[in-house]
Design a protein around this ligand. Structure first.
Ligand SMILES: Nc1nc2c(ncn2[C@@H]2O[C@H](COP(=O)(O)OP(=O)(O)OP(=O)(O)O)[C@@H](O)[C@H]2O)c(=O)[nH]1
Ligand SMILES: [Mg+2]
Length: 453
């Protein structure tokens, strides 16, 4: 039997109401011991009751108590919620009384963990609860809700049921090879089924990029040689003087960050130290950081100066970032043109001309970013995507193994071996929504939740 847990579910500070949540077999009995108004053990489920919380003779607070009896509750256990006045003192005093009367303080995420362990929600749905709490934009909220409603789990469940179909097809062949009416599973029959499965996984993974963008935003790094106007661009986008701007080359030495939103999608902007060879130890560390942020970026904005000739090191930078999404920004077009654009080894659709000084080109830059990441589509489509790195990495592993099976079939591997492989992948996929799970994973995952959830 689970012990009875309690926690303050609302954020702690001054507010008109605080909610203390209690879950477990004894929750009604425990609250009944400190409640004056009526006998809570005799009330109907899903009802609200007015009264006082008392400590012996002393009245502590005037409250409303909600009684929800299992199984139709968040945790599938008896839940009581006490609405106290929302100050720190009354809330803490009621919490202390609950602890003195047999409750244990819940760990972060423990209510949701119980909801999962008691089979009310699966792991993807549990993770989405946290995403909903963290949601800052409309599209983040919609994506979290779809996941809470099980739409994301359906993606995985459908994949798994396709696999069961394949496994049972193979089984019939192995177990009853003499039956005439059973379609004999030959490689010719199997290959298209596996290919379909692979394509489906690939599609889910491709779309999960949108999920990651909705959830984490687009990590956008501005790089280039010193003094080209990188910090000026950051400030212009943020519409505040966040980074120091001077005409001295090497002004920015550390990373400067800020956030803007394009149609509800967050752009995490990172301004970096201008890249050049330098004897200055501090600047050199900054340059190293610039290179590192390029590696981690979802989008690189390489800025060059219209008023300078193209240098070898810019060409090197372009080579380095070709694997990534990038745009080349030619800044200072208000000054005399010394740059020969035709020497740039990039497609002209990736080049934008700017004058930050004269506020030119910034809207075009935003438009290009929108295009590059299909932000319009992300914003308008119903967002059902895998979005957390845990599930995406499991699915990537499964994709690799499905590809291996495709190879094995082509090489005529015995069918019972293939069946075993497919079963293993089916099990692995189950770890995404927690059909199978390890204790350690649960501890790690739920510890990231907030208290009282
Ligand atoms: N003429 C002109 N000057 C600009 C423009 N954009 C920025 N500047 C100037 O260029 C100088 C350098 O700008 P910053 O934004 O500090 O350049 P940076 O790339 O961040 O430089 P580091 O931090 O040294 O790498 C400043 O004097 C800016 O006012 C522009 O479009 N036209
Ligand atoms: Mg700078």
């Amino acid at each position: 039997m689970n012990d009875t847990i309690c926690a303050i579910a609302t954020s702690q500070g001054i507010g008109s109401i605080s909610i203390i949540r209690i879950s477990g077999e004894e929750s009604i009995d425990i609250v009944n011991k400190i409640f004056k108004g009526k006998d809570l053990s005799k009330v109907d489920t899903h009802t609200i009751h007015y009264g006082h919380i008392i400590d012996g003779e002393e009245n502590i607070d005037e409250v409303l108590v909600t009684i929800m009896k299992e199984p139709r509750t968040y945790t599938k256990e008896n839940i009581v919620e006490i609405n106290t006045h929302g100050g720190i003192a009354p809330t803490n005093r009621v919490l202390e009384l609950l602890l003195e009367n047999g409750c244990r303080l819940a760990e972060p995420g423990e209510f949701t963990k119980r909801a999962f362990l008691n089979g009310r929600i699966d792991l993807l749905e549990a993770e989405a609860v946290m995403d909903m709490i963290d949601a800052k934009t409309e599209v983040q909220r919609k994506m979290a809700l779809n996941q809470i409603d099980g739409k994301t789990s359906d993606l995985i469940n459908e994949l798994r049921s396709d696999m069961v179909q394949i496994i049972s097809n193979i089984n019939v062949n192995i177990d009853y090879p003499e039956y005439d009416d059973v379609d004999i599973i030959t490689n010719d029959v199997l290959i298209p089924k596996i290919t379909k499965l692979r394509e489906r996984i690939q599609r889910i993974l491709k779309e999960s990029e949108n999920g990651k963008i909705i959830k984490d935003g687009i990590k956008t790094v501005i790089v280039g040689r010193p003094n080209v106007g990188k910090s000026s661009l950051l400030n212009a986008l943020l519409q505040e003087d966040k980074a120091i701007v001077t005409d001295i080359a090497g002004t920015t030495r550390d990373i400067v960050e800020g956030q803007i939103s394009i149609n509800g999608i967050l752009l995490n902007m990172i301004d970096t130290a201008g890249i050049r060879e330098t004897e200055d130890i501090i600047e050199a560390i900054g340059v190293e950081k610039s290179r590192k942020s390029m590696e981690e970026a979802d989008l690189i904005l390489l800025m060059i100066n219209n008023n300078e000739e193209l240098s070898e090191d810019i060409l090197d930078l372009i080579k380095e970032m070709k694997e990534k999404k990038y745009l080349v920004l030619i800044n200072k077009i208000d000054l005399e043109t010394k740059l020969d654009k035709t020497q740039l080894p990039v497609d002209s659709s990736k080049v934008i001309e700017l004058s930050i000084l004269e506020n030119k080109g910034i809207e075009e830059l935003k438009r290009k970013i929108e295009e590059l990441f299909n932000i319009h589509e992300i914003e308008t489509k119903d967002p059902t995507y895998l979005s957390n790195s845990r599930s995406i990495s499991i699915l990537k592993k499964c994709l690799k193994r499905v590809e291996e099976i495709e190879e094995s079939i082509k090489n005529n591997m015995p069918i019972d071996m293939i069946e075993l492989d497919i079963k293993n992948i089916w099990e692995e996929l189950g770890t995404i929504n927690g059909t199978t799970y390890e204790e350690e994973l649960l501890d790690e995952m739920f510890s990231r939740f907030c208290l009282g959830k």
